[in-house]
Each structure stands twice: as structure tokens, then as C-alpha cells.
Design a protein around this ligand. Structure first.
Ligand SMILES: *Cc1c(COP(=O)(O)O)cnc(C)c1O
Length: 229
């Protein structure tokens, strides 16, 4: 637990530095502790260390953790979600970061209605255009967002992207900047349900750059809670 606190202090220090370089308020940057590489005990230790947001990416591992610890913290599902797993996640997790197709949005809406509470969602955008990355294309985004915004049990909070893996994290900057531009584009539509305040971007290798480019949710695994096995 000491190491998690230590890592958190270090991450927060780098966030403050990135904020001062870019004229931002560190309060606007939320840290999600991505616990997909660690066990239940260490996930609990992240909560004990004062981290509030927990991110998981596979339903099979996430649900047992939620069952043990779900009354603590705010839970974010950040990985690819299959339609047949939606009902395991909705009603438990408060946020979904990987809304990337309309069939998924419809299923989420249906299950959230059954659970009686809307799900906060990020639309995942494939800004870099890499074939291996999921997400709607920048060209499809407006149309997708308009249709999804009509589903009453989905609250669109913002956009999410994953930058390509590069040797030099600086190369991720255009991707983050691209997501920010798409956010501004949605906000000009004058649709109150698309007045999206958040950007979920930045992982262990590139979060300082993501903060400089406007991230409001960072998804941090290895740098924060480490990896087991
Ligand atoms: C695993 C994962 C992360 C965290 O990765 P790190 O590089 O360990 O910080 C962030 N976002 C998503 C979608 C992930 O799957």
C-alpha cells in the first residue's frame, strides 16, 4: 500500500507539472486506477490508498472484484465489451469508456433501463486510424453521437481514445489533440446531450502529454498500481 501511495504522489506531481505547463487546473484531471493487472487484494489496497476511480477491462475478472469492493469507489469499465456481457456490467459499473458501436449502445440502454439507472458513457474514437484499434472513426462520430444521444439511459460524458504504442510518447500528441478537436466539434452541434465535458485519454506511458492536451480522465495501470505475474 505504501508503494501505491508513493506512486500516486509521483503521478500527481507529474500531473501538476503538466497542468502548469498548459495552464490547467489539476482538479480537472481525474485518475482511474486500472487494476486489470492486479488481484483483489491490491485492488483493495488502491482504494485504501485513497484512489477513488477503479478501471477494469474484462467482465470475468471485474465482476468478482466489484462484488467484493463495489460499495467503495466509482467503477469504470474500460475494455472492449461484448453484447452478451453488458448485463453483468450495467447496474454495477458507473462508467463505460468503450462505447464503439450502435448495437452495443442499444443493449446498454436496454439493460440500464431495466436497472433503473443511466450509464455514463464515453464514445471510443479511433483517432489514429490503426487497424488494430477499436472505436468509431472521426468521420462517423457525429452521426454515431447523434443517434446514441437519443437513447434515454445513456449519458454521453465524453470521448475516449487510445494512442498508438510508440517509442517516443511525444508522437501521441496529435492523437490527443485530435480527440480534443472532435470534442469541440460535438459541442458546436448545440445538442444539450452532446455537450460533452470529458476526455478519457492518457495511459502510463503518455499521460503527461494527455494532460497537456486536455485529458480529464487518465487511465493508469502499470505506473500506479503495478503489475502482478
Ligand atoms: C490496460 C489499459 C489501460 C492502462 O494501461 P497502462 O499502460 O498500464 O497504464 C488504459 N486503458 C485501457 C483501455 C486499458 O485496456
Amino acid at each position: 500500500m505504501e508503494t501505491i501511495r508513493h506512486q500516486r504522489d509521483e503521478v500527481e506531481r507529474r500531473i501538476r507539472e503538466a497542468c502548469s505547463r498548459s495552464g490547467r487546473n489539476p482538479r480537472d484531471v481525474n485518475i482511474i486506477a486500472v487494476t486489470k493487472y492486479v488481484d483483489l487484494e491490491r485492488t483493495g489496497a488502491a482504494l485504501d490508498a485513497g484512489l477513488i476511480h477503479i478501471g477494469e477491462s474484462r467482465a470475468q475478472e471485474a465482476v468478482p472484484k466489484w462484488e467484493a469492493l463495489g460499495d467503495r469507489g466509482t467503477w469504470h469499465f474500460i475494455g472492449h465489451l461484448q453484447r452478451n456481457k453488458v448485463k453483468q456490467v450495467v447496474g454495477k459499473f458507473q462508467y463505460l469508456h468503450s462505447l464503439d458501436r450502435f448495437s452495443l449502445a442499444e443493449e446498454v440502454n436496454k439493460r440500464a433501463e431495466e436497472a433503473g439507472k443511466p450509464l455514463h458513457c464515453f464514445i471510443q474514437v479511433n483517432v489514429s486510424g490503426e487497424g488494430s484499434k477499436r472505436g468509431v472513426s472521426p468521420e462517423e462520430l457525429t452521426e454515431f453521437a447523434r443517434e446514441t444521444a437519443q437513447l434515454p439511459f445513456i449519458r454521453i460524458e465524453g470521448l475516449m481514445t487510445m494512442a498508438p504504442y510508440t517509442e517516443d510518447p511525444e508522437e501521441t500528441r496529435p492523437v490527443f489533440r485530435g480527440l480534443k478537436r472532435l470534442q469541440q466539434q460535438l459541442r458546436t452541434l448545440d445538442n444539450p446531450r452532446l455537450d460533452v465535458p470529458h476526455l478519457s485519454m492518457g495511459m502510463s506511458r503518455d499521460y503527461s502529454i494527455a494532460v497537456e492536451e486536455g485529458a480529464t480522465f487518465l487511465r493508469l495501470g502499470s505506473v500506479l498500481v503495478g503489475r502482478q505475474n
